[in-house]
Design a protein. Structure first.
Length: 218
């Protein structure tokens, strides 16, 4: 009997689903594709239904269901890798120390208490794997997804303007039909963080969009 596995990533943010068989990945989808809200969390009901449809499978066909729900998984291994390979990993590792991903887009009613708790949780987690780190922190600033949305206009507080999920990754960003910087509207090109290779102060999305425009004009 061929194994058919449904993978479910059900967390407060970044929920998604995938179907894998013995040959590899059959389909993958982020829940935000259906809610139109960046980093949608909870149980990815719509994503599960869609990946099953794309894989041509029903729930009865599944042999296994794998569920991931711990966003801090493998943190120790990631920090250890950064320590062993400082020339390659140190800049990226330092960025991660200053950023918690994922974070809920919406906090609970006690926003002030939730913000303090979130910051304490981040520092406590880092302290467990890097003893003495918190003593070196002279100041801290917490920007939640709602802060990023309010201050910078990022829907859902996502600096990539959309999750870097399997179904909207690399050259299919931001969505099929409007990928590789071209859109269905003639003359309209995308060059923001939603495009490949994503956000960040590097300008590559704009460079790629300019090249696509020049190629289209020839």
């Amino acid at each position: 009997m061929t194994r058919l596995v449904l993978g479910i990533h059900s967390t407060p943010v970044g929920a998604s689903a995938a179907v894998v068989d013995e040959r590899g990945l059959c389909a993958a989808m982020a829940e935000e594709r259906f809610t139109r809200r960046a980093r949608s969390g909870g149980f990815p009901r719509s994503a599960v239904a869609e990946v099953l449809r794309l894989a041509g499978a029903r729930a009865d066909d599944l042999t296994d269901v794998a569920i991931a729900g711990d966003p801090s998984a493998n943190l120790a291994a990631r920090l250890a890798h950064a320590a062993r390979h400082p020339a390659v990993s140190a800049p990226r590792a330092w960025q991660r120390l200053g950023r918690r991903e994922p974070s809920p887009a919406e906090l609970v009613a006690d926003a002030a208490g939730a913000r303090r708790q979130l910051l304490d949780n981040v520092l406590a987690t880092l302290e467990r794997h890097a003893p003495g780190l918190t003593a070196c922190v002279s100041a801290s600033e917490l920007l939640t997804p709602s802060d990023l949305e309010r201050e910078f206009g990022m829907a859902g507080g996502h600096w990539h303007h959309g999750e870097l999920a399997f179904d909207q990754f690399y050259m299919v960003r931001p969505v099929p039909g409007a990928a590789q910087h071209r859109t269905p509207l003639a003359g309209l090109y995308l060059c923001g963080a939603a495009c490949h290779p994503g956000g960040g102060v590097m300008g590559l999305a704009g460079r790629n969009a300019a090249r696509a425009l020049l190629q289209g004009a020839v």
